[in-house]
Ligand binder design. Structure first.
Ligand SMILES: Cc1ncc(COP(=O)(O)O)c(C=O)c1O
Ligand SMILES: N[C@@H](CCCC[NH3+])C(=O)O
Length: 444
């Protein structure tokens, strides 16, 4: 397994992250456990901030909280000077409760409810990313009823087919549920309508082409299309885009075949394309906003499991089961995502067999890794799966009524619990048994 950030194998042959031995983390917090390397998260935040600062362009780096939304993470993003992208009332609530400044929050989503819009307006968030005509009307009406003015970006689909890790993670193509299409004229119409509306201030446009993308071409092509669009809007409507948000999507290394660029390389490709394509269109260079999620938290996360049972099918395969699975990491089942693993309590033992790591849910598809080389595992061993910081905790479920794991931040030999493990009581906290079917206590 590739060792990300502060991960290393210590003298005892144990995996250590942020100076914390995972066998001790298991003793203190149990498993499954999401372990987040705080130093690596901060490093990623700084890589973005520094690279943009070096570009000379105005910018905001908004952490896409959908990747991992918990209050402690909102605090880190705030401390590092990032803005925040939220996509629901729940993410917004989490951010506000964490004390994240509302003016640096951007609200996304293709179906914001009136409740969510009101909540965000009352909080005074910095910007709405408007996705469609229905939302444009609704937002204006609610803003007017509250006598407030709202900054907006229009989400556009630039018609770029991104090489995302799965079709479900590509969003820049015309046939997408998100945004106004540049190619068919709806984006132009949206600019026209929003410029004419009271209570709305159009800052510019937003384009997000997809996720887990390694090449820069898709982003550069998106910038070119958006710049062409900006030119037309300037010429025909005399409207200027002060802000261009290029979304997230920057890839990370999950397994050996993955070839991500450095954060600074993605940023310089984007800012270079902005300088190139926006030059000479008759407007000032826009401020550039981005929304990285995975590339901020993905490789900082490791999930620690305890090995339980195994099953060998002679000549076919050996299954090794762990105490978590698709409940805490649905990505292999959803996208066929690949991960690397390590026997975390005997990390220096030589690999002697190829096994497949199964979860404990009642689904054949509940597999975390097919075919990984490991030392011989036995019940009670610890298995670490790397690169689980993004879209694991945030996409976790209680399928099979399995409680969601705890999350700890580790740094400088210290571990801090940031999400408690769910209890049995948490699982039934919202259940109600109607009186008519409640168990009667029969007294004789
Ligand atoms: C609008 C938007 N912004 C930002 C992101 C974050 O993407 P990533 O985690 O790939 O950086 C996503 C998710 O793909 C998204 O849909
Ligand atoms: N959730 C996805 C990608 C989509 C991200 C949000 N648009 C993943 O786990 O890779």
């Amino acid at each position: 397994m590739y060792l990300h950030g502060t991960s290393r194998i210590n003298d005892a042959g144990h995996l250590e992250i942020g100076g914390c031995d995972v066998t001790e983390l298991k003793a203190e917090y149990g498993t499954p456990l999401y372990i987040m390397d705080e130093q690596l998260i901060r490093r990623r935040c700084r890589e973005y901030m520094d690279a943009f600062a070096a570009s000379g362009l105005g910018f905001q780096v908004a952490y896409a909280s959908k990747a991992f939304s918990v209050m402690a993470m909102c605090r880190l993003a705030d401390e590092e000077g990032l803005s925040l992208d939220v996509v629901s009332d729940g993410e917004l609530y989490t951010a506000l409760q964490a004390g994240f400044p509302a003016e640096r929050i951007h609200f996304h989503g293709n179906n914001k409810t009136p409740f969510e819009i009101e909540m965000a307006l009352d909080a005074g968030i910095g910007c709405f990313v408007v996705d469609n005509f229905v939302e444009l009307e609704l937002l204006q009406a609610i803003a007017a009823s509250k006598h407030v003015n709202v900054n907006i970006l229009l989400r556009v689909t630039p018609g770029v087919e991104a090489h995302a890790h799965h079709a479900y993670a590509a969003t820049g193509q015309t046939d997408s549920k998100f945004g106004f299409d540049i190619g068919n004229g709806t984006a132009f119409e949206a600019v026209k309508q929003s410029s004419a509306k009271d209570n709305l201030t159009l800052l510019g446009v937003h384009s997000h082409i997809g996720s887990q993308i390694f090449e820069t071409e898709g982003f550069e092509m998106a910038v070119e299309r958006v710049a062409d669009f900006a030119r037309r809007v300037k010429e025909e409507l005399n409207t200027e885009f002060r802000v261009v948000n290029l979304g997230g999507g920057f890839g990370i290394r999950y397994t050996e075949g993955d070839t991500p660029l450095q954060v600074s390389e993605y940023v310089s490709a984007i800012t270079g394309a902005v300088k190139k394509y926006f030059a000479g269109i008759g407007t000032k260079l826009p401020e550039i906003w981005v929304e990285p999620g995975r590339s901020i938290v993905g490789d900082a996360g490791t999930t620690l499991y305890t090995v339980g049972t195994n099953k060998t099918i002679p000549g076919v395969r050996k299954y090794v089961a762990v105490d978590g699975g698709m409940g805490d990491n649905p990505r292999p089942a959803l996208y066929e995502s690949k991960y690397e693993a390590l026997l975390a309590n005997r990390a220096n033992d030589p690999a002697v067999e190829t096994v497949s790591i199964a979860g404990k849910c009642c689904e054949s598809g509940d597999m975390l890794i097919w075919d990984v080389e490991l030392p011989e595992t036995k019940s009670g061993d610890l298995l670490a799966v790397a690169c689980t910081g993004a879209y694991n905790y945030s996409m976790a479920s209680n399928y099979n009524r399995i409680a969601r794991p705890a999350v700890v931040f580790v740094q400088n030999g210290q571990s801090d619990l940031v999400v408690k493990r769910e209890s049995h009581n948490d699982l039934i906290a919202n259940d109600i048994i109607p009186a008519r079917i409640a168990k009667q206590t029969v007294t004789k």
